[in-house]
Design a protein around this ligand. Sequence first.
Ligand code: NAP
Length: 333
Amino acid sequence: MTVARQVRLRARPVGLPDAGTWDVVDTELPALGDGEVLVRVTHLSLDPAMRGWLNDVRSYVPPVGVGEVMRAFGVGTVLASRSPEHAVGDAVSGITGVADHAVLRGSDLSPVDLDVASAPTWLGALSMPGLTAWFGLFDVARAQPGETVLVSGAAGAVGSVVGQLAKAHGCRVIGVAGGPEKTRWLTEELGFDAAIDYREGAVHRAVRAIAPEGVDVYFDNVGGEVLDSALRTLRRGARIALCGAISTYNATEPAPGPAHYMSLLVNRASMTGFVVFDYEDRYPEAIADLSARLRDGSLVARETVVRGGVDAFGDTLLMLFDGGNTGKLVLEL
Ligand code: NAP
């Protein structure tokens, strides 16, 4: 019998999650049924979306229920198998939940080739964040060579891939991120043309100084004031890919709408929300492209890996909301 250490939702948070949000429990896992595998989870993906999954509201997935194991993507090793799809010793990824061991349906897991990339990269550039960047930039924003692309959350998991893909596609790329270390990383190591520290002043003024003619694409990861500022920099025919709005995820009151939304009308621009899960049928195409770029070095994957057991989950999650991560935030168990 395997005992799993799990993090469960104790109470829905108001504002930032805290110690009262979570219960850490040890549970005996059931014996394997037909088609199931026992997985030792080695790495967990920490995602801004997790904050949304805690709210009891209608969304693109149902909320995590009070008392349930917190939803999370993870990578792990198969310890026992009654599934034809995965053998003992295989590395797999999927929705494992925040737990060090889990009994899961083999058909819900994907094989992971650790010769292609490390487990953290299989949760970042080769998983939801990389896919979100790929489909958001090429399908939603329809970025074209020669265009100017502005991306916020640029030093994070999604944003850092967006900027690199756009650059390789022949775009001029401006990143928006918090702090000098992140902006330096973007320009000096990832090849962004420019990077703006949004904590240093109004983003639209900085964008205008860099690109007086305005931006063709704004890839929005943060919403709030940065979105409002970005709206003031649009060129005629600009496209905004609404990927996320992390600046509002812990708000206790509804966030005010963007004041400058009429810029969409004036500039015949559009703003399109998207959810990466809608592209599931096309994941293999994007993963093949992202892996090739990683292999030839044209895409750099960076992860902030925190080492700790599942007990460290609650504190580590908070790093996303104060900019403690560069690239993908991963908890190694
Ligand atoms: P991430 O960017 O790796 O991490 C979050 C980053 O957000 C932090 O490092 C921080 O960087 C920044 N941030 C936090 N609070 C902020 C604030 N108040 N204002 C401005 N920036 C703030 O996270 P990610 O996984 O790549 O996700 C990025 C966005 O994509 C999120 O909004 C997420 O919900 C969204 N997303 C959407 C989809 C989809 O299907 N639509 C899929 C995946 C992710 P700084 O140091 O720069 O502030």
